[in-house]
Design a protein around this ligand. Sequence first.
Ligand code: HT9
Ligand code: FE2
Length: 336
Amino acid sequence: MGYDAFLLLSFGGPEGPEDVLPFLENVTRGRGIPPERLAEVAGHYRRFGGVSPINQQCRDLIAAVRPALADAGVDLPIYWGNRNWHPMLADTVARMRDDGVRHALAFVTSAFGSYSACRQYLDDIAAARRAVGPGAPVISKIRHFHDHPGYVRPHADALRDALAKVTAAADGPVRIAFTAHSIPTAMAATAGPTGRRYEAQLRETASLVAGDLPWDLVWQSRSGSPHTPWLEPDINDHLVALADAGAAGVVVSPIGFVSDHLEVIWDLDTEAAATAAKLGLAYARAATPGTDPRFVTMIVDLVRERLEPGSPRAALGSVPTWDECPLGCCPAPRRP
Ligand SMILES: CC1=C(CCC(=O)O)c2cc3nc(cc4[nH]c(cc5[nH]c(cc1n2)c(C)c5CCC(=O)O)c(CCC(=O)O)c4C)C(CCC(=O)O)=C3C
Ligand SMILES: [Fe+2]
């Protein structure tokens, strides 16, 4: 099977105050998110001038991937499209069609399964192709990479850097808290081909990143209606529990994310850091891979896996990954 383009597919984020509400409408359309929650989240974006860092992080990633692909002898044009904000995926797919692209490989900026982290991107690809109509390229999504050394090692080094800072500052025991985006428990139950795959992958990533160190996996950025159960505990509640149990410091490592986007700089660097300060806990947040050269090389290697069938599939763990998600894997949740 030949591929003739590389597509970076990401979440998208606003790049100015006037973008914030239409962006949030795109994210939450038909999702039953209460207006109070939306107003609150709009406030988070406004605290950063209405600019999410995520689009610039995508530009930076492309700038790093372009020479890395060329060095590896992979000669593919590079495109970028987002689910929720410009450049919108459907516009990108139209441009790919105009350029004569027939079959693109898509790297999605999420390492994990579940509807929100995986199937939703496949649905967005299908919707964008439908919108473009005849001649739209086929787009194949690159596999999950939750246990790829190019994802695990940058997180592991960042964890050690942050741990050194907190250990120097804390007068007592220091704990490690890994975080990922919370999802509704119903979505977690049906993640992957046999359920609970989002949590299983995250636990595997956590244990690979932590090595011998003890850790907890907790959740951040809960959205939705307060009446819908989501994965718990929230990082802020967890910090209270750690302080009550006598911890003096905590390192928070957002293993659920590939870059320091708004959910990291607001929910962790602003909110969780304030909770820790109030509790008297020493606190540091570990960096995400971003444009770490090992992460960039991973993307090249994942492309080569698909270009050269039979080439090695790097994996440090044992939770399986595959190229094509089975039908019915990570089904869409029922929406209110
Ligand atoms: C699993 C997961 C990931 C990780 C996988 C991946 O990376 O894709 C992720 C990433 C992200 N989530 C992000 C932003 C938002 N997520 C929201 C809402 C939701 N997220 C959900 C799940 C996830 N989200 C879910 C189940 C909802 C409820 C609505 C629904 O059922 O779909 C909302 C609505 C407002 C609110 O928070 O209530 C916003 C603004 C940004 C961009 C940050 C930036 O701008 O820099 C990023 C990278
Ligand atoms: Fe989200």
